[in-house]
Design a protein around this ligand. Structure first.
Ligand code: 6PG
Length: 251
């Protein structure tokens, strides 16, 4: 079931496999259509992990991974073999199971000094991602959504990062105080395509607050993710869409 709201498409799936299949279709279309490399910034979290597993099993040979360059939208400031590393999660669930050249992997060095690494990764992006409107323009940015409305690692206490002129920032998780590196809002919004992947009942209130612009939506960073010249797609499962789905035809 699909719907749209202010230049965004909303696709509700019965389960994670159906949601993953939708994401795979977006990826296949993008990679096939790209003349050179297809630059994607991926997300951490349990939903992306399930999608990566699905891609590894079902799209190992259906996507020309040689054309895909992997970047991260955010990373925890931990070593790459740490249980909380987004790189480690992606390596185990996807990278180690597909034929993607090592030189196509641009991980954030979570083991480095956060402020230094934010600068370093901004340089890596500037050197590898085409520029449009004076900003790096990814072909696709995959995002998750926290219950507090955070996305990537732009948390509610750092809303100014939505409009920052820096490509990356070093931040701190508001409750765990874990240091993180994140892309900032302008870079995310400069992407050709932005896809939110959100599952679970615990996200249904946040999804509805953001998509219906209910009270307090302006305090949630994900509310400010709107591509300046691109497409926004929300891939939701039935649970995450529970409070919002009445806005969609077919409900
Ligand atoms: C991270 C992610 C973060 C995540 C959301 C949703 O590094 O944790 O970038 O933004 O996508 O917290 O995570 P879940 O999909 O696990 O709910």
């Amino acid at each position: 079931m699909t719907g749209s709201i202010v230049n965004s498409k909303i696709i509700v799936s019965k389960n994670i496999d159906e949601l993953s299949e939708h994401f795979a279709g977006i990826l296949v279309h993008g990679v096939d259509a790209s003349i050179n490399f297809f630059n994607i910034a991926i997300s951490g979290g349990s939903t992306p992990k399930a999608v990566f597993d699905y891609l590894a099993v079902n799209y190992k040979s259906k996507i020309d991974w040689q054309k895909v360059k992997l970047f991260w939208g955010d990373e925890r400031c931990v070593p790459p073999d740490h249980s909380e590393s987004n790189y480690k999660m992606t390596y185990e669930s996807l990278i180690s199971r597909i034929e993607i050249p090592p030189q196509n992997i641009f991980r954030i060095h979570g083991e480095n000094n956060p402020v230094e690494e934010a600068k370093n990764y901004a340089k890596v992006i500037a050197e590898n991602i085409p520029v449009d409107s004076n900003l790096p323009r990814f072909d696709l940015i995959m995002l998750g959504l926290g219950e507090d409305g955070h996305t990537a690692s732009i948390f509610p206490d750092r809303l100014e990062l939505i409009e920052s002129n820096d490509i990356c920032a070093a931040v701190e998780h508001p409750s765990s105080k874990q240091k993180r590196i994140t892309l900032t809002g302008k870079v995310i919004n400069n992407s050709v395509k932005i896809v939110f992947l959100v599952t679970g009942k615990n996200k249904s209130k946040t999804v509805d607050t953001i998509l219906s612009k209910r009270g307090g939506y302006e305090l949630q960073p994900a509310s400010f993710i709107n591509p300046t010249n691109g497409e926004l797609i929300w891939l939701l499962d039935l649970e995450a869409a529970e409070k919002f789905k009445h806005n969609l035809e077919g409900y």
